[in-house]
Design a protein around this ligand. Structure first.
Ligand code: GLN
Length: 510
């Protein structure tokens, strides 16, 4: 039989239904893999062995008495940004290292209600600020394809865990690319839903007008199963939208087997395929577009003239919102508190200085500066106006095409420690960030490999190729369409079935 950790969500569901294996066996299998392999990857901050085994037993009981759903008993990993009742919820920060959430995020309740078994909480950039998962208080996560490389960020732990077969799928969040870019760097599929599609209740806030939860999995089909669980209106989140939920799994069906994408117009922004894009990444994206064309789609060139304005606008708006959201960490009510404060100001200052890492402090400084009297109009307000122009640009583009395609990131995964200059790291968000400013849905899927290695990697004998991602951006509420297009692509290609080099697995027979 195929190894349990190679099975798709549909196969796991079928295996549990037909009693080929129990949830307890499955859960134990993944926990054993995590214990043996994650020392090399650091994709989990917390592994919840005991509660996972207890939930698995409950799932098996539900399967036995006929009350189980489709996903009951399937293990999952949750990004450590979602509050989990009774379990540490750190958001990758020393500030919340001691924080045991007193309630569940809506996404966690939805997953629990669906019978999914939480294996643990995954590593991430501190407060989701970053593109490499290096800013975590718990240390960098390593990319399973090449351990010397970053897995992307901020949901790098979720992506690395799935890529190393330590979890079948995972929850993640995306404020400026944090689902799509780690999915691209780790050879996975990741969906950033329309703003308001997935509840933000209990999801620790970074930049509230941009944050959105979504799934990371191996394929569009695996993501569709998780999206079915996560999507929906939530009265506890005032920005959650009362929009009917599509049946994402049923939506994967094709009406025309030969030309499933007949009639689909794919827009190619000139701005996404010009200088600055790695030649291997560009080549893989072009090959993927060729496949989509063969499946019936037509390609049309479009312009997104505001592309260059997205990074400056985002890096004012996101830090501005973050500076406000993070003011709650004051050392008084919860989170890190300094020792022996001499007065209230000392308590605030030292608790925050000790609790927050460099990148978080940098953003709080930028954000408070942009919001301060005298600079508000020049920076924050202007950035908001640019944000509207970016949104208008997309709305106009969707008059000419049904979806927009391009690379997810300008390069494949880079080396751990390679981007010391924060601005160099920000520039890597060029293709993902505008999507959040406009609130649109987008998906990243693996489309091949970058085969160029550095000498250093060769010296370390870690020269497996690195995955490359294609991004598709859709109009509001087009999640089902995006999943379907990638599913059709994945029916005709096998990039999503490729596995990270299992040198990791040497001697591991979990
Ligand atoms: N890389 C972006 C940032 O650092 C986006 C992060 C995210 O999507 N959470 O803010």
């Amino acid at each position: 039989m195929t190894e349990l950790h190679h099975l798709s969500i549909r196969e796991l569901s079928a295996g549990l239904t037909s009693k080929q294996f129990s949830s307890l066996e499955l859960t134990q299998h993944f926990l054993t893999r995590i214990d043996r392999i994650d020392t090399q990857i650091n994709s989990f901050i917390s592994v919840t062995h005991e509660s996972a085994l207890a939930s698995a037993q409950q799932a098996d009981a539900a399967r036995a008495n006929g009350t189980a759903g489709l996903l009951t008993g399937i293990p999952i990993a949750h990004k450590d940004i979602f509050c989990t009742q009774g379990v540490r919820t750190s958001c990758g920060s020393k500030m919340l290292d001691n924080f045991i959430a007193p309630y569940n995020a809506t996404v966690i309740s939805q997953c629990n209600d669906a019978g999914l078994v939480m294996l643990g909480k995954t590593n991430m950039d501190e407060f989701a600020m970053g593109s490499s998962s290096e800013s975590s208080f718990y240390g960098a996560t390593h990319n399973p394809w090449q351990l010397g490389r970053v897995p992307g960020g901020s949901s790098g732990g979720s992506a690395a865990a799935v890529a190393a077969d330590l979890a079948p799928f995972a929850t993640a969040t995306d404020t400026g690319g944090s689902i799509r870019q780690p999915a691209a760097f780790c050879g996975l599929t990741g969906l950033k839903p329309t703003y308001g599609r997935v509840s933000r209740f209990g999801m620790i806030a970074y930049a509230s007008s941009l944050d959105q939860g979504g799934p990371i999995g191996r394929s569009a089909e695996d993501c569709a199963y998780l999206m079915q669980v996560m999507a929906g209106h939530d009265a506890k989140d005032s920005t959650s939208v009362e929009q009917p939920i599509d049946d994402y799994v049923a939506g994967l069906a094709a009406t025309n087997a030969d030309k499933p994408l007949q009639g689909l117009r794919i827009g190619l922004p000139h701005e996404y395929l010009k200088d600055g894009l790695d030649t291997d990444v560009k080549a893989r994206v072009e090959e993927a577009l060729q496949v989509l064309e063969n499946l019936g789609a037509t390609l049309v060139w479009i312009n997104l003239t505001t592309t260059d304005a997205a990074i400056p606008a985002y890096y004012l708006i996101a830090p501005a919102e973050a500076s406000s959201n993070l003011s709650r960490y004051d050392g008084v009510r919860f989170g890190h508190r300094c020792e022996n404060p001499k007065d209230l100001m000392d308590l605030y200052t030292r608790s925050r200085t000790e609790g927050f890492g460099d990148e978080v402090q940098r953003r709080i400084l930028v954000g408070t500066y942009a919001l301060s009297a005298g600079y508000y109009d020049a920076y924050y307000l202007k950035a908001q106006k640019v944000r509207r122009l970016i949104q208008n640009d997309f709305v106009k583009a969707f008059e000419q095409c049904d979806v927009i395609a391009g690379p997810t990131a300008p390069t494949a995964a880079y080396g751990i420690g390679a981007k010391q200059d924060p601005v160099a790291m920000y520039l890597g968000d060029i293709y993902t960030i505008a999507v959040n400013l406009a609130g649109l849905p987008a998906i990243s899927a693996p489309v091949g490999f970058d085969t160029s290695y550095s000498d250093q990697d060769n010296a370390q004998n870690q020269c497996s190729p690195l995955p490359v991602g294609l991004q598709l951006i859709g109009p509001y509420w087009s999640e089902s369409k995006l999943l379907n297009i990638i599913h059709q692509y994945q029916q005709h290609t096998d990039w999503h079935t490729k596995r990270a080099p299992l040198a990791l697995d040497a001697g591991v027979k979990a």
